[in-house]
Unconditional design. Structure first.
Length: 639
């Protein structure tokens, strides 16, 4: 027998009851969640709940307009759900869904998220004393979580890092909770819009200005509390400054770290994972030394002294050099600190990483990208590093690059601009003697004339002309072997076109063979048709999960059609496999609409019209119907 709470009157009931014994209300939320007990009862009520669909404990937070203390409290509550939905980190609670119940003043908003089974560091500190090495391990783990948040675009600032918001799981790992929910306003001072816990707040937060360095100030206070077992207010002097050195007995590296973390000026404060690791792990620090060129003229300085290497674009986008200034350097579409940003749709946000081993020896690793990485034509394994040397050819997504030395400036001296679609080849010139030159021209003209004669008179009309031509000029191989050899040399676009011909003839097995090769090599249209064939069972056994896989690849590469198909399948066919079904489907419809795919806008409008996973709104529905009409879905014009 299990006791559960009524969501309306909070009365304890037997789980076997179908309705509350006091108010006769329903005992479940959304016919899915049972409330087990109240963990925190402030302006936002936090429950330990049970998800009967997935048979696991979860956390549910409840916000009621009746208990709202400020006019913007509801927006702050919704913000936590929005932030959690954007995060994907093992040390941050996983977002399940948000929803609302009731109407008007009686309405309530809820956020469902992963339950962290463990205790907070505040509770743990009461029963445990830490060694310095244990604190260092914990601090490095917390700093890695902050580093993940701060490297997002735009960065996320926690603003309330303290012992209560750091949880230790049963396996010993740490997790960070409470992301921009309705924060307790600091009552010590009469400032507005100050979120956080008194004592852990950085000086700039008291002025309503939170920056990345603010989280690192709070990290310094966390270290102090763990090692001194004193609350921050106990270490404040008459001027409200932390006078911590008298209370702390620790090693020089801890004192050095705290001196860098607790500086009043945010710009001078330690605020990166690398700086923390440098001090705690005794890594070699990059000390500022006087320049060896101090007494020389500026012209004699080497402009490339800070460079390690260059990535030179050969084809696929504008010819240019990307400079690698750090080791390791992450290469990708996202703006990454100490990395190389290449804005191209075929690249993942964090595509690969290049690390310097020695002066001329480097290593490259694929960071699990969608389109993969090739070095000198060989596809590298995402789980292993691959050696890289100057002169190697690298293919990242659809871009061909050359890995060159930092002092190689041949691109500046080359006056010819290679076209974007031109394939790379090493150019060279050779001065033939005049007689040999004339003979070569004559041979080329004869060969060209013979070839044209063959095309016009002897070659039968074929749909796969390239295959037939090579077959007729090859005597030693069978026709099947020759065709296979030719197909290996076909471009992704040619493979797609051959597959499209087979698709039109309803020879789906052969079509799928071509589409698989083309999709693996980055042709998005081939991925779309693969998804369609798996969805409808054309040439394959019907398999919606595999169809979703190929739709996802195409959607990531800005295919509005595939984003819409993925959202439609989640909403209508595979919803049970997704914890936040409506939210996920709606997100894909939104992306499809943003990519100007009319049907995606129409489906998003249906969500607002029917109130599926969102607050019902005819105004919003009409807005997306108008977009659907504008983007070519004419049926939406009548709606």
């Amino acid at each position: 027998m299990t006791n559960i709470l009524c969501p309306d009157c909070k009365t304890t009931n037997d789980s076997k009851n179908s309705s509350c014994k006091k108010c006769m209300g329903e005992l479940t939320l959304k016919n899915r969640y049972f409330l087990l007990k109240i963990l925190d009862n402030k302006s936002v009520i936090t429950y330990l709940a049970y998800d009967k669909n997935y048979r696991q404990k979860i956390i549910i937070k409840e916000f009621s307009l009746v208990k709202a203390e400020k006019w913007d409290s509801h927006d702050l509550f919704k913000k936590e759900g929005d932030i959690l939905a954007q995060l994907n980190h093992p040390s941050i609670p996983r977002f399940i869904e948000d929803f609302e119940t009731g109407i008007g003043d009686n309405s309530k908003s809820y956020i469902a998220m992963e339950y962290i089974n463990g205790i907070s560091l505040k509770e743990e500190q009461r029963k445990n004393r830490y060694t310095e090495e244990e604190v260092i391990e914990d601090i490095l783990e917390i700093t890695k979580i902050l580093d993940y948040l701060h490297n997002l675009i735009p960065p996320i600032i926690h603003q309330d890092l303290n012992l209560s918001n750091i949880m230790r799981r049963e396996n010993g790992s740490l997790a960070l909770i409470d992301f921009n929910a309705v924060q307790d306003i600091v009552e010590k001072e009469d400032y507005d819009n100050i979120s956080g816990t008194y004592g852990f707040i950085a000086p700039e937060q008291l002025s309503g200005k939170a920056v990345i360095a603010s989280d690192y100030y709070a990290l310094g206070v966390v270290i102090l509390v763990l090692l001194t077992r004193k609350q921050p207010e106990e270490m404040l002097d008459d001027n409200n400054n932390l006078n911590w050195k008298e209370s702390l007995q620790a090693s020089n590296k801890i004192i050095e770290l705290l001196e860098g973390l607790l500086l009043k000026e945010p710009k001078e404060r330690i605020q990166t994972l690398e700086e923390v690791e440098t001090i705690l792990l005794n890594k070699k620090r990059a000390k500022k030394q006087k320049s060896t060129f101090e007494n020389q003229k500026p012209e004699t300085k080497n402009k490339n002294s800070k460079l390690l290497a260059k990535l030179r674009v050969v084809s696929g986008m504008k010819i240019q050099d990307f400079k690698i200034k750090n080791s390791p350097a992450t290469i990708g579409r996202a703006e990454i600190k100490d990395g190389v940003q290449i804005n191209h749709n075929s690249l993942s946000r964090k595509h690969c990483m290049i690390t310097q081993v020695s002066g001329t020896e480097f290593k490259i690793i694929d960071l699990g990208s969608t389109n993969g990485v090739r070095v000198n034509g060989k596809k590298i394994n995402p789980s292993k590093t691959f050696p890289l040397y100057f002169g190697d050819k690298i293919k990242i997504g659809d871009i061909n690059l050359k890995f060159v030395d930092k002092n190689d400036s041949s691109i500046k001296n080359n006056k010819k601009i290679i076209d974007k679609n031109e394939t790379y080849s090493d150019r060279f010139t050779y001065n033939f003697p005049k007689k040999q030159k004339n003979i070569a021209i004559a041979i080329i003209m004869i060969a060209f004339s013979a070839f044209m004669f063959y095309l016009l008179y002897d070659s039968p009309p074929r749909s796969h002309f390239r295959q037939e031509r090579i077959y007729t000029t090859t005597n030693n191989d069978s026709p099947k072997k020759v065709i296979k050899k030719v197909e290996k040399k076909l471009s992704p676009q040619e493979l797609y076109l051959f597959g499209k011909e087979y698709q039109d003839k309803k020879d789906y097995k052969k079509a799928n063979t071509k589409f698989l090769k083309a999709c693996d090599n980055g042709n998005i249209k081939a991925c779309e048709l693969l998804g369609w064939n798996y969805e409808k069972g054309l040439g394959f056994d019907m398999n919606l999960e595999t169809a979703m896989k190929y739709y996802k690849i195409a959607c990531k590469n800005d295919s509005g059609y595939s984003c819409n198909k993925r959202g439609f399948i989640i909403d209508t066919k595979l919803g049970k496999n997704y914890i936040n079904k409506l939210y996920t489907a709606r997100a894909y419809f939104k992306k499809s609409c943003d990519l100007k795919f009319g049907l995606g806008c129409k489906n998003l409008g249906d969500f607002y019209l029917k109130g599926k996973g969102v607050k019902r709104s005819r105004r919003m529905a009409k807005k997306f119907y108008r977009k659907a009409c504008k983007f070519g879905y004419k049926k939406a014009c009548k709606l």
